[in-house]
Ligand binder design. Structure first.
Ligand SMILES: C[S@@+](CC[C@H](N)C(=O)[O-])C[C@H]1O[C@@H](n2cnc3c(N)ncnc32)[C@H](O)[C@@H]1O
Length: 241
């Protein structure tokens, strides 16, 4: 529901100039119709997920078993918090199952992230900023994470190549973050938008991860350029003296 309202806000800001007084534009009508028909929107309401993106992570995790009880997870671009909801459940960070180890979930976003039991949120924080990296090191057990998740996305400018380049730059900054907080053997799951710089991103990931693959979960809309890189088996670079 939260994501729906965020998308709607962005949608309004893009289309307000085209709007007929007192009515909805054709594009707004199409958006609302798509939302109403979307089975993932319906299911996210039924299951109390904060937005439909929860199903992308559920699908990926069901296949690759990335989130294990006791794991430490960093969720980049976490607002409104649906991926963190999935992570809290899967790593047992509320300690709901006392038989299993208790994990840690830390979420970061430029926006406010409404509180969630089992997660620690850094709202109004930029994932790409070094002071955020330092705070993460303080919050994580032994300063280390098993996995970095990133569903981050910049506000769309409407210029596809520019948006693609901005998101690629954000993804590349996650490699710097990994160097500080990702434990050897750890994983990174990050969203990107398809385009010219994808090969560069994949090459950079491949230089520090043993395996990198592209994913397009069913819950990701077919007509969107959205894809995910799943990079596993992190090889921490040896620091030069
Ligand atoms: C698609 S939403 C994430 C949805 C989230 N995975 C969920 O399931 O609720 C993308 C988020 O990335 C955030 N974002 C974009 N740039 C960021 C940055 N530099 N640092 C932190 N968050 C950022 C946006 O504010 C936005 O909330």
């Amino acid at each position: 529901m939260w994501c729906v309202s965020l998308q709607r806000r962005h949608f309004h800001s893009c289309l307000c100039l085209m709007k007929n007084v007192g009515g909805k534009t054709a594009a707004e009508q199409r958006w609302l119709t798509r939302q109403r028909k979307d089975p993932y929107v319906k299911a996210s309401h039924a299951l109390n997920f904060r937005c439909r993106s929860a199903f992308k992570l559920l699908e990926i995790d069901d296949k690759f078993r990335l989130l294990q009880p006791g794991h430490s997870v960093v969720d980049c671009g976490a607002a409104p918090g649906a991926w963190s909801q999935v992570a809290v459940h899967r790593v047992n960070s509320t300690g709901t199952d006392p038989e299993l180890p208790r994990g840690t979930v830390v979420g970061i976003d430029l926006l406010n992230i409404p509180a969630l039991d089992g997660a620690h949120f850094l709202s109004s924080h930029d994932v790409t900023a070094p002071p955020t990296h330092a705070k993460l090191q303080e919050l994580l057990p032994k300063g280390q994470a098993h996995i970095i998740l990133s569903d981050m996305a910049p506000n769309a400018s409407g210029f596809r190549e520019m948006d693609h380049e901005r998101l690629t730059t954000m993804c590349l900054s996650l490699i710097d973050l990994a160097e500080k907080i990702l434990q050897p053997g750890g994983s990174l799951l990050c969203k990107y938008w398809d385009g010219f710089f994808v090969q560069k991103l994949q090459d950079n990931l491949s230089s520090v991860f043993g395996s990198v693959r592209t994913l397009k979960p069913h819950a990701s809309r077919k007509d969107s350029a959205e894809r995910y890189f799943l990079a596993r088996m992190y090889k921490k670079p040896v620091k030069k003296k």
